[in-house]
Design a protein. Structure first.
Length: 290
């Protein structure tokens, strides 16, 4: 399948589990590009702060890929790990110094000159939005980051940060799937639609839990029936369900198998009708809509 555009994003957080060397990862990136997926999602903390370096090693094997891809990475979470011996407790750090240093470390690890979108990984109870705005300005002026966004922010947290910025936040990456529907009702996707901000769905297949839904459950029955009627897999249905939302959700995949990615890309060709979409929602909620 060849696609000129994809709303799917390839997540890199499980890179250590893929069993691929640098050349293998580069080949996977190239195959994703052939499918129309040009955006790759990372974070400084993934794989114990090793993910960006592993991805950078793959790009070093095929440097021509750097000009064809868009990179998302995140910062703001501080893990207790041998890679960061100075961390005594897991915490969040959204200080000006930490954001700038993290972005610069990410650029060095990946061997690139610019991050397309830098996300604040989680809202920090101690976040000083004036400091965050200063960090964004420093990185923007230096050409090190093109756009900024957030992850796991509720609408009021998003609005607080946006109030200090001269340009709109580009994204909010949140958990949303058939097994995690809170985001549909807490105002997050409403806000994204109002502001025309791209919501990115992490764990769109519920971290593998979707595959374990009991066939006899309400959701299992609806998934089985619609899969047969539409000729789709359960996972394709879950992706099509997200893509049907008017906020224009961008699901973040996590597979290292190109055959599986191809299957999920094909879900973009299916548009569920309104009643099919609500059948899945009601089965996921375990109740009818009020």
């Amino acid at each position: 399948m060849q696609a000129s555009y994809s709303r799917l994003i390839q997540g890199i957080w499980r890179i250590a589990d893929w069993g691929l060397d640098a050349n293998g990862v580069a080949g996977l990136v190239s195959a994703c590009l052939d499918l129309g997926i040009d955006t790759f999602d990372l974070a400084d903390i993934y794989t114990g702060y090793q993910c960006e370096g592993m991805f950078g090693a793959a790009l070093a094997q095929s440097p021509e890929l750097k000009q064809r891809i868009r990179l998302i990475t995140k910062c703001g979470i501080a893990l207790v790990t041998p890679a960061r011996p100075e961390h005594r407790v897991k915490h969040y750090n959204t200080s000006r110094e930490h954001i700038v240093r993290s972005a610069e470390n990410s650029l060095l690890a990946m061997g690139v000159e610019q991050i397309d979108t830098l996300l604040i990984h989680r809202p920090d109870p101690l976040m000083n939005v004036d400091e965050m705005a200063e960090a964004f300005m420093v990185l923007k002026r230096a050409g090190k980051v093109a756009r900024f966004g957030v992850s796991n922010f509720l609408p009021h947290q998003f609005d607080l940060l946006q109030s200090r910025l001269d340009e709109p936040l580009a994204a909010n990456q949140v958990e949303v799937s058939l097994l995690h529907t809170d985001t549909l009702f807490d105002g997050t996707l409403d806000q994204c639609q109002r502001l025309r901000v791209a919501p990115q769905a992490w764990s769109p297949l519920a971290g593998g839990a979707l595959a374990k839904v009991e066939p006899a459950s309400s959701l299992g029955k609806v998934l089985a029936r619609l899969s047969e009627e539409l000729g789709l897999t359960r996972e394709q249905l879950a992706i099509a369900w997200l893509l049907r939302h008017p906020a224009r959700i961008h699901p973040v995949l996590g597979s290292g198998k190109i055959e599986r990615i191809q299957v999920l890309v094909a879900a973009q060709q299916i548009e569920l009708d309104r009643q099919q979409w609500f059948e899945l929602l009601e089965a996921a909620l375990g109740r009818q809509m009020p």
